[in-house]
Design a protein around this ligand. Structure first.
Ligand code: 5GP
Ligand code: ZN
Length: 115
């Protein structure tokens, strides 16, 4: 846990969140400012800054993050309609939180836009 990290505080329950899923290594909760009818964030419980901070040693963590996100998308009822995963990395991505997180977006037809 990083003491000054918002998502570490959410994982620890120090800041409230609308939980969707939790297990030993992952936590998922609804985004506070949803960009789609379904917008959930999936985070590893281990504090890691972003994709650029990962290495070969994080292969299991990253594989687990994707597979958990798939499972959570199914829990959210998106299996048939479809969904999008987004991981913002670095300044141009507009990333605001420095704890690795995967966005699950769905619930409507999504346009292929980078904007
Ligand atoms: P980023 O732009 O860093 O990829 O995404 C960060 C996301 O975290 C944003 O979509 C933002 O709405 C969400 N977020 C920021 N602060 C909070 C919070 O306190 N609670 C929740 N549930 N989501 C948050
Ligand atoms: Zn953190």
């Amino acid at each position: 846990m990083s003491d000054d990290c918002l998502f570490c505080k959410i994982i620890a329950g120090e800041i409230p969140s609308n939980k969707v899923y939790s297990d030993d290594d992952s936590y998922a909760f609804h985004d506070i400012n949803p960009a789609a009818p379904v917008h959930v964030l999936v985070v590893p419980k281990k504090h890691i800054c972003d994709m650029q901070a990962t290495s070969d040693a994080d292969e299991a963590l990253l594989g687990n993050l994707l597979l958990k996100a798939n499972k959570i998308a199914e829990i959210l009822g998106l299996k048939e309609s479809g969904y999008r995963f987004v991981i913002n990395t670095g300044p141009d991505s507009g990333r605001t939180i420095y704890h690795l997180h995967l966005h699950i977006l769905g619930g409507r037809q999504l346009e292929l836009s980078a904007g």
